[in-house]
Write a protein that binds this ligand. Sequence first.
Ligand SMILES: *[C@@H]1O[C@H](CO)[C@@H](O)[C@H](O)[C@H]1NC(C)=O
Length: 444
Amino acid sequence: MESAETHRAKEERGKRVAMSKVSCIVRMITMIVVMVMVTVTKAASMNYAEALGKSILFFEGQRSGKLPPSQRMKWRKDSALSDGSDIQVNKLSMDLVGGYYDAGDNVKFNFPMAFTTTMLAWSVVEFGDSMGSELKNALDAIRWGTDYFIKATKFPDKVVAVVGDPVKDHNCWERPEDMDTPRTSYYVTQNKPGSEVSAEIAAALAASSIAFRSTDASYSNFLLNRAIQVFDFANKYRGSYNLSVGEGACPFYCDYSGYVDELIWGAAWLYKATETTSYWDFVKANIQSIDNNNFEFGWDCKNAGINVLVSQKIPCGQEVADPTLLINIAKSQADYILGKNPLGMSYMVGYGDKFPEKIHHRGSVVPSLDAHPQHLGCRDGDEYFKSDKTNLNVLIGAVVGGPAEDDSFQDSRLNVAQSEPTTYINAPFVGVLAYFNKPTVTVS
Ligand SMILES: *[C@@H]1O[C@H](CO)[C@@H](O)[C@H](O)[C@H]1NC(C)=O
């Protein structure tokens, strides 16, 4: 077994590599693409409906908190039911139960979690009408995020940024149901601001308010009002959470791209949700500060997403994108993920005949409470981590970091960059799959 230190370093590096995969996936949905020619081989069409359902089911495996009777991923159980108890406000502890575990670990990182929620909401806003019976599950997945963010922003003078000590969590190989590492809460305030985490939460709440508008108007209004409040906080008290929450942010989810992109992104979503001119003025006043040569889009950098979102309202200079070409590229990339690649391997767990079976994910690796009711402590999971056997619990729908540049893939828990799933990889893929699930979509 490698040392915990090396292991943690790998885990962190893995996240950064996964980030580049995300930007790749999201480029499809945003259709801001580098125009590379992709050879599309004719083969049997993918089952997008099945992949869509599974991509959403994955989020049930990442749930933190008290699970509802409707929980379909049965090997997961209640966990982290005291989250928030370390923050006292007016002599009462905060309730931060719920939300999502970030990836193969058991930390709730609110910055990428908010981006995940924004992307799930955007998927529903754009392609909800192509989701069929999965629309309900997609809305449930969004609500699992927004219910938590309502708690994390309950007090106007603080926004919770992380729950769970990331260093201690990464030093254990423990299922979430057994966690005994400190569930430290890290938050930003007026004096210790965090505009990127706050503005991304505002974006998530605003986008979700649109997603819920036609099915739950009062919840939608509540989300929108909270989004307005949180955006004001993010904008008025400016600064990066890098410094404000210290080890809660770096080196795990340091904000590399600054917070202005999140402020513009938050304002763009608030404009879409409210049509209030001041948000649009904010976008116009600040959009020039975005680096036009950087088309990245992921939990950190929002550039491409901002461009696509605002291009729905303004002309895009001289740029004209050919929809058929963009759709073909998006389809080839989606199909690659689902198995149309040199290894004939699906990178979505539980989809197709061949998929990653030794993913880097604590809950999936360590036996479930049903199989092993006794407590398993910090390093009791190591024997399962080191085992040659496939994971005990199948995290259906999880899309992993994926293959290397040369299309090779190592199905190994030690290869964090390739074998770890994350919530922010899956979320944008939901929208892509919904688009291709639409019965009328034909691709030449
Ligand atoms: C956050 O910290 C990282 C790592 O130290 C640094 O590269 C980045 O520039 C910082 N971001 C901001 C917005 O200060």
